[in-house]
Design a protein around this ligand. Structure first.
Ligand code: NDP
Length: 479
């Protein structure tokens, strides 16, 4: 194993610039050092925000179709370097190479998709009460958007925030997670090559408590677009409150999967297992708890435990064919260990897994299934963010829906049944932002990814996600 001496620099006003302080980025699969990235101080953040603020009026005056062309050029460059970019993601985040490649290509498609909206941004003409008057509702950019990123889909989330922001005429300052900044600087390298006007897109890396906090507290920010934990989302809202800054928050989930007694059990097992191991269970919309109807409970538990036990895992770069990599860091691993321990102490039965996987180095955890869970247990209520599936038995659909809805979270949910009537009943009663019937994640870019309760405010993707980055301006015109 060789140590890597890459040093990345912040991107401010169209140039890569030094910072005073740097932090190290390491590979979670083996602890190897990968790079140094800036810890941006308040002054760095202010410089980036000022650049974005100054660049915004001219950027907004460009026709949307010209703004969109930069996204298309970037998408082409990303496709051209897909393998290299996927490797950068895998080595700092730990996801398997196949998934990293999907993330890179999906990101390019997402940029193209958002670019298509350039000719579809529409205002409204509203009927007036006055003779000779026209009422026009224009859609205008908000100004400067601060995008604060998590580490689980770090490359895609840059595009999910910057593409709708830029096509609608905003400028952007991105703060990647300190766990996964390298891919963001690679994204920025490609964006720099397409000749985007200086100041339109800026990157400042660093930790949340200083760099992130400086971003969210600045009066130069017109919207904060954040993906991450509920606690941090709540802190960001408090910080934004002083300047009445708009927030858009995606704060994770505790997705319930309901398996009814008329379901195709093999399909449910396959989908739920895939959802639970993808990205090592560190996905906001993957099945985090199962409610299975009594008549099929034993069959389901037996099959999913065997399927989870068969999962291959390890260091994704050393063993390219494995299905699952490590957890992101020590904190993530310790959280999973403690939650499983408390669940078994509380009466859950371990069907498979339940231990740290001893691979010599890295943050690996065995794929785990727990049965006999109850709705009052922490494992059924708190986000695990690891390859652990707790199962609770229910008597019928209504009990399952009641338990599913009794949650702080409200992002995604799923139902497995062959009955259209039961599927529709579940969709009417379940109180979530998204429901998958007879499948698991992922969501589509033309949908609208948004949750209720503590899963967040606002949403992303599609027309509704695009318009999150605009405000209205109503003009009353008497002639
Ligand atoms: P956080 O919510 O703490 O971090 C997400 C981003 O917010 C990071 O860029 C972080 O910076 C930044 N941040 C942290 N504190 C502040 C602050 N005060 N002001 C502004 N920005 C801040 O998530 P963690 O990485 O700590 O993960 C913890 C848990 O969050 C996970 O176990 C999971 O349950 C949940 N999570 C949910 C995600 C989702 O998809 N919804 C994604 C990631 C995590 P930095 O980390 O660089 O210090």
């Amino acid at each position: 194993m060789s140590s890597d001496n890459r040093t990345y620099r912040n991107y401010i006003n169209g140039a890569f610039v030094e910072a005073n302080d740097y932090l190290e980025v390491r590979n979670p699969a083996n602890g190897e050092r990968l790079s140094r990235v800036p810890v941006s101080a308040g002054a760095d953040v202010e410089r980036a925000l000022s650049a974005a603020h100054d660049a915004q009026p001219a950027w907004a005056r460009l026709p949307a179709v010209e703004r969109a062309n930069y996204l298309r050029l970037l998408a082409d460059r990303i496709r051209g370097e897909a393998k290299t970019l996927a490797r950068v993601i895998t080595e700092e985040q730990g996801k398997v190479s196949g998934l990293a490649e999907v993330e890179v290509n999906f990101t390019a498609d997402y940029l193209d998709y958002m670019a298509e909206w350039a000719r579809r941004i529409e205002g409204e003409i509203i009927e007036s009460d006055r003779p000779g008057e026209n009422i026009f509702l224009f859609r205008k950019p908000l100004g400067v958007v601060a995008g604060i990123l998590p580490w689980n889909f770090p490359f895609f989330l840059i595009a999910r925030k910057m593409a709708p922001a830029l096509v609608t005429g905003n400028t952007v300052v991105i703060k990647p997670s300190e766990e996964t900044p390298n891919n963001c600087f690679e994204f920025t390298r490609l964006l720099d090559q397409v000749g985007l006007p200086a100041g339109v897109f800026n990157v400042v890396s660093g930790d949340g408590a200083s760099t992130g906090q400086a971003l969210t507290a600045s009066p130069l920010v017109d919207m904060i677009s954040f993906t991450g934990s509920v606690d941090t989302g709540s802190r960001i809202m408090r910080s934004a409150a002083d300047n009445i800054t708009k927030v858009n928050l995606e704060l994770g989930g505790k997705a319930p999967a309901i398996v009814l007694d008329d379901a195709d059990i093999d399909l449910a097992v396959k989908a739920i297992r895939a959802s639970r191991i993808i990205n090592t269970g560190q996905v906001c919309n993957c099945a985090e708890r199962v409610y299975v109807q009594r008549g099929v409970a034993d069959e389901f538990a037996d099959k999913i435990a065997r399927a989870m036990a068969d999962t291959t895992y390890g260091d994704p770069l050393a063993q390219p064919d494995i299905e699952m990599g490590p957890l992101i860091n020590r904190e993530g691993l310790d959280k999973v260990v403690a939650m499983v321990e408390r669940a078994t102490q509380d009466g859950a039965e371990l069907l498979t897994g339940g231990r740290v996987a001893d691979l010599g180095a890295g943050f690996h955890y065995q794929p785990t299934v727990l049965s006999g869970c109850r709705s009052d247990m922490e494992i059924m209520r708190r986000e695990i963010f690891g390859p652990v599936l707790p199962i609770q038995i229910v008597d019928d659909l209504d009990e399952a829906v009641t338990l599913a809805n009794d949650s702080d979270y409200g992002l995604t949910s799923s139902v497995y049944t062959r009955s259209l009537a039961r599927a529709m009943h579940a969709c009417r009663e379940i109180d979530y932002g998204e429901t998958y019937v007879n499948r698991e994640n992922f969501e589509a870019m033309q949908g609208f990814h948004a949750g209720t309760r503590k899963s967040g405010i606002g949403g992303a993707d599609g027309k509704h996600g695009l318009y999150e980055y605009t405000r209205s301006h109503v003009v009353y015109l008497e002639t």
